[in-house]
Design a protein around this ligand. Sequence first.
Ligand SMILES: Nc1ncnc2c1ncn2[C@@H]1O[C@H](COP(=O)(O)OP(=O)(O)O)[C@@H](O)[C@H]1O
Ligand SMILES: [Mg+2]
Length: 389
Amino acid sequence: MPISLLVASRDEHFRESIRDSIVSIGNAKVISEYPEVSSNLYIRVLQDLERNPEAALIVDLVTDPESSLKALEKVKQAAPDLYVIASNYHADGETVLASLRAGSNDFLIQPLRRADFRDVMARLERAPRRVSSGSSRLGKFYSFLGVKGGVGTTTLAVNFASVLAPRQQTVLVDLDVTANDCAMQLGVSPQHSLQEVGENLARMDQALFEGLVPRDPLGFLLVSPPEQMDQRFLFNEPMFREFANFLVEHYQSIVVDAGRWLSDEVVLAALQSSATIFLVTNQQFPAIRNAQRYITALMRLGFNQDQLKIVVNQYQKKPGPNLATLEQIQQTLNQKVFYGIPPSASAMVAVNRGRPVAANGAEAGDLERSLRAFVDKATGVSPSAAKSA
Ligand SMILES: Nc1ncnc2c1ncn2[C@@H]1O[C@H](COP(=O)(O)OP(=O)(O)O)[C@@H](O)[C@H]1O
Ligand SMILES: [Mg+2]
């Protein structure tokens, strides 16, 4: 069986040295790298195991041994059959024992030596049971990241949740704190926001959560930033990670309007928890150039091409002279476009009416049909799929 590795380490050099060492081992490769070893590492790991059930995980404990061991333990609880290799500078009894107790199967000492690495890989190859069983029962994060303001990031996130809600338990999370546009597009002014979610995290359960945030008539729950722009509020990265764990354990789909600020630590944590990141652009050349910059930045941050899907909003097959064609976009971005959503006046009407396009029943037009087909392709969940709790 070929060896596939997942590598979790905050240390870029460590991840690089694994990549270098693996070259000399036949039939082995690194399939995912996580630049964080956080409490919701298990979300990403489980998603990757769905596609690569034979993968093994290397966890670097160096930066913060205590929290890394907790992260490892949580991964092991979620995927008991996963083969885990812990790694640290010290291999004293206490360090190794702690990692074994957290559930690791092997230990790799740093700085990395080729011979050690080869031994660890040989033991991994001989390990009897190293295929993680079953698909993840955790919910999935779908994040929409805009390459510019106004490209339709919020519109797509809101409609994605609207289409998905009758099929799956869905939560829409608006992380674009510069506006409160999801609520606006849905015609609500929520009383509670991320602020109250943050304040109540320690005692969060499904009843409390659903009492706190509004439910759209289409069936999904909405979590938004506070309405008052001048109100400072605390919702930081550790809070988001805890909230994300709660969400994936209780809901099937979590749709995020990630806005466009990659430098926002909460947005980044949401992207890191995501099964799929939709990079939203239009056909204007400045937007395509920005899309290229986003892709470069995301790759540098350790995301992989599998996770990242390009969506062209207001897509015209035969664009005018000032717009890029599909071929030009794919060539510039060196990636296939996942979906094109057509322009439609009904998008604007929907915003003014405060109800999403996807809420149109009988009067469904091109845009609505396209949004539905997009959701079908993105989730693989068919419209007839029964909603299970
Ligand atoms: N496919 C579309 N066709 C026509 N107008 C659209 C489409 N998608 C979005 N819009 C319009 O573009 C504007 C910006 O959309 P919005 O979702 O707020 O963008 P962003 O969140 O990227 O800033 C809104 O007025 C919206 O109605
Ligand atoms: Mg927006």
